[in-house]
Write a protein that binds this ligand. Structure first.
Ligand code: AMP
Ligand code: TRP
Length: 337
């Protein structure tokens, strides 16, 4: 690692391999990661250990993990600039989780709102679901992470990671960096195409017309946009009016992809022939944006050797960073080398 790299802020992002990666994920997260990949020292971890805290079909989990990993590379994340790996390939995560479990009071975990939400109305809940935030703390802390970009829903977990780090440091002496949660601004909050009053979400990806996936065919993308919910008017303008949320969402997608401001976008559509034309044009820019990603995805998928190599390299780098921290932790708590 060069001196220059060492000075960069260390960022850790975890992504669950569950559900289809959609336009919202792409515009709200992945695209920004690609743009900023030179600025920070980024680690992207596909968190399969977290995924199994709720029941998973093994075939589906494997498929989703492969798709997500390949998509991250295909989207333009450069493996020479970022560390991209699969969580279960690096045993330090589970080992550190166990050790951190032993200094984390149960009450801290029982208070977590995600645990309460996900556990609600379930007959049985796994111990893993309760322990989820400690594994997340382990993910973050074993890389001396400084910044953790997360959605609002995960902020409480990052705060818990801070509490766990502080508690460990108090008991055993300074060991962990205290990470900061970074909540991205909501500038590119993409709404459901079928229902523009709800955020586009993996949870609804099985609902027809809700979202478009990065790997959807151009035909599917056009079809989904043509059916997008708008209103009975014909004015193509940005608007805060809830009844215009559909058109506003389409314009936002167009604006983010084409890197224009509101005025430029409104001017662009000033001669459009109604909402039909708007939908077609938005579909077109989405297809163009996804085209190179789809191609790269297919290329990588057809070259399993290269893909395996990339995944193994990522794990090797993550392993070499985290194993040093793990040794330090084990040493501090009194384990024999
Ligand atoms: P999730 O799909 O909730 O696991 O989120 C993965 C990443 O995508 C997070 O960084 C989210 O903030 C981002 N994201 C998810 N849905 C949207 C959306 N509808 N609009 C913008 N960003 C999103
Ligand atoms: N819990 C996060 C989510 O569902 C994923 C995640 C796991 C994560 N480990 C992490 C995010 C560490 C940031 C840092 O979105």
């Amino acid at each position: 690692m060069s001196n220059l790299q060492q000075k960069k802020v260390k960022v850790f992002s975890g992504i669950q391999p569950s559900g289809q990666i959609h336009l919202g994920n792409y515009l709200g997260a992945i695209r920004g990661w690609v743009k900023n990949q030179d600025k920070k020292d980024n680690i992207f971890c596909i968190v399969d250990l977290h995924a199994i805290t709720t029941p998973q079909n093994p075939i589906e989990l494997k498929k989703q993990t492969e798709i997500l990993t390949t998509l991250l590379f295909a989207s333009g994340l450069d493996p020479n600039k970022n560390t991209i790996f699969i969580q279960s390939h690096v045993s330090a995560h589970s080992e550190a989780c166990w050790i951190l479990n032993c200094i984390t009071p149960m009450g801290w975990l029982e208070r977590m709102t995600q645990f309460k939400d996900k556990g609600e109305n379930k007959k049985t809940v796994s111990t893993g679901l309760l322990d989820y935030p400690v594994l997340m703390a382990a993910d973050i802390l074993i890389y001396d992470t400084q910044e953790v970009p997360v959605g609002e829903d995960q902020k409480q977990h990052v705060e818990l990671a801070r509490d766990i780090a502080q508690r460990f440091n108090n008991i055993y002496g300074n060991t962990f960096v205290i990470p900061e949660p970074i909540i991205p601004n909501t500038g590119a909050r993409i709404m459901g195409l079928n229902d523009p009053t709800v955020k586009m979400s993996k949870t609804f990806s099985n609902i027809r017309g809700h979202s478009v996936g990065i790997l959807d065919s151009p035909d599917e993308i056009v079809k989904t946009f043509k059916k997008a919910t708008t209103d009975s008017g014909n004015e193509i303008k940005f608007s805060e009016d809830p009844s215009k949320a559909g058109v506003n969402n389409l314009l936002t997608i167009f604006k983010v992809i084409t890197n224009q401001n509101n005025d430029q976008v409104e001017k662009h559509f000033s001669n459009a022939r109604g909402y039909g034309d708007l939908k077609t044009q938005v579909a077109e820019v989405v297809i163009q944006e996804f085209q190179p990603i789809r191609e790269k995805y297919q290329m990588l998928k057809n070259n399993q050797e290269e893909l395996t190599q990339l995944i193994n390299n990522g794990a090797e780098i993550a392993q070499s960073i985290s194993s040093k921290k793990l040794s330090e932790i084990k040493n501090k708590i009194g384990f024999i080398n």
